[in-house]
Design a protein around this ligand. Sequence first.
Ligand SMILES: Nc1ncnc2c1ncn2[C@@H]1O[C@H](COP(=O)(O)OP(=O)(O)OP(=O)(O)O)[C@@H](O)[C@H]1O
Ligand SMILES: [Mg+2]
Length: 259
Amino acid sequence: MASVLEIKELHVEIDGKEILKGVNLTIKQGEIHAVMGPNGTGKSTLAQAIMGHPRYEVTQGEVYLDGEDVLEMEVDERAQAGLFLGMQYPSEISGVTNSDFLRSSINAQREEGDEINLMQFIKQLDKSMEELEMDTDMSTRYLNEGFSGGEKKRNEILQLMMLEPAFGILDEIDSGLDIDALKVVAKGINHLRGDDFGALIITHYQRLLNYITPDNVHVMMQGRIVKSGDKELAERLEAEGYDWIKEELGIEDETIGAE
Ligand SMILES: Nc1ncnc2c1ncn2[C@@H]1O[C@H](COP(=O)(O)OP(=O)(O)OP(=O)(O)O)[C@@H](O)[C@H]1O
Ligand SMILES: [Mg+2]
């Protein structure tokens, strides 16, 4: 049966300031949802809160994965349960090679004694890196250290392909990519697309959605999803910006601080 990720009335504070003010979103496996919205409206906050970043305090609401309370899970349990976050700003880890990081991430999702076979891992890694047109030396370099912006993003997709999570939350996976890299990243996501994968893609640009057709597009403003539609909504945002939505909804300023 397809898994479901349900976000219900989610309120999140950072340092005592309310950023998310009641987000509702349901994603089923097999679906790709895009979230768009002006800067600073809480998109990354939503991603971080789902994954359990300690700075993001959930003050109200629920997140369920197949009825299991995600907010009750430790961060590593969320990953084990099948949630993956591709970050807007991936961190660098000196001293840990990309390949070692990937292998331990895969093994962390498996039972003890059922670790991935080394040869099988290497085979899978080579295949995925080839598909993503990555240099082979990227696997032996330290995780993200000295990686260019685009290489970091491609590497996030490599992790996604190797880990095959139930749900991927991809925060600005397209920012800073040249057009060829954008196509490669889209290819990686489309490769995973299917009945046992669901995604939440946070993006500012319609151009990514030219390569990955989303099933649903949502607009986030002032910490809430204020409008949902299909890919035509993304096209209209690209052409006209956000002012028409603000007018339609009577929103005066898109910043969160302005009450
Ligand atoms: N660690 C933090 N400390 C203080 N404020 C924070 C922190 N993280 C986020 N914020 C604030 O929360 C608000 C929402 O930030 P968030 O990163 O979720 O926005 P966003 O929608 O992802 O924006 P962008 O499109 O620029 O990535 C912003 O006003 C931001 O300054
Ligand atoms: Mg962000």
